[in-house]
Design a protein around this ligand. Structure first.
Ligand SMILES: [Zn+2]
Length: 252
């Protein structure tokens, strides 16, 4: 170990001495400068500062940190759909009335208001020489299940393919008791077929059904993407039926 100042410390001292040597003449010169030089220096230093302050943008408005953005209302619920079909409840059994009995004694039913209107329409059509035949009315979800799955599988249709021609259970307008499939009694070969659109019965319906509160549910290129069904009509002639079919859509 060396005596006195250590090597690094010695080098620092040397450095300080050298700095002082250079600084003393400079300080001496500065102390001899005329006063106007100091004034000029002070002005040149404060000018950029003044300009910077003058051109500075106005202070941003202060937002209280506790202010919370009002929460927007939740988005409206999307309607319950499956393959483009809307969900429907089954009609109350107490409001279902029989409009016709099939050969296998299956009773065709509609809700009271729709049944009365259909019967009147059928009678008036007959007076015009048109034979409107009800083919299908109210259907329970269990019946629709058979129609959708069993028939679909028999025909080698995937659910997506089947849904183009028949609604999945829980999603059929027939559950409401307001929908009816209509055939032309004089052209039974067109029953539930697109060729029904060429019958006199169809032409008569297009001309008159609205007078009785009936409308076509699935016209060509309908927004639901369901196949054109000229035989499938729905009753929208009172408040309950209208709400059944249109209120659900307003939620979309
Ligand atoms: Zn139908």
């Amino acid at each position: 170990m060396s005596k006195g100042i250590s090597a690094p410390r010695r080098s620092v001292v040397r450095h300080l001495k050298a700095v002082r040597k250079k600084l003393v003449p400079f300080l001496h010169t500065v102390s001899n400068l005329p006063r106007w030089v100091y004034a000029l220096g002070g002005f040149s230093l404060s000018l950029p500062l003044f300009l910077a302050t003058a051109s500075a943008p106005p202070p941003a408005p202060v937002v209280p940190p506790t202010q919370v953005k009002p929460s927007s209302p939740p988005p409206p619920a999307k309607p319950d759909t499956l393959f483009g079909h809307y969900a429907y409840e089954e009609a109350p059994a107490s409001d279902l009335v029989t409009i016709a009995v099939a050969a296998d004694s299956y009773a065709l039913k509609l809700r009271t208001a729709a049944a009365q209107s259909f019967t009147r329409m059928q009678r008036d059509a007959r007076a015009d020489g048109i034979n409107l035949v009800p083919l299908s009315g109210y259907r329970s979800k269990a019946e629709q299940e058979h129609l959708f799955f069993t028939i679909g599988q028999e025909r080698n249709q995937t659910p997506a393919e089947r849904a183009k021609v028949s609604a999945p259970p829980g999603y059929s307008e027939h559950h409401t008791g307001y929908a009816i499939d209509i055939g032309d009694g004089d052209n039974p070969s067109t029953d539930l077929a697109e060729t029904f659109a060429q019958t006199a019965a169809y032409a008569w319906l297009r001309q008159n059904a609205a007078r009785y509160g009936f409308e076509l549910s699935f016209p060509p290129n309908n927004p639901q993407g369901v196949m054109y069904e000229p035989w499938h009509w729905r009753f929208v002639g009172d408040t309950d039926s209208l709400k059944t079919f249109y209120k659900v859509r307003n939620r979309s």
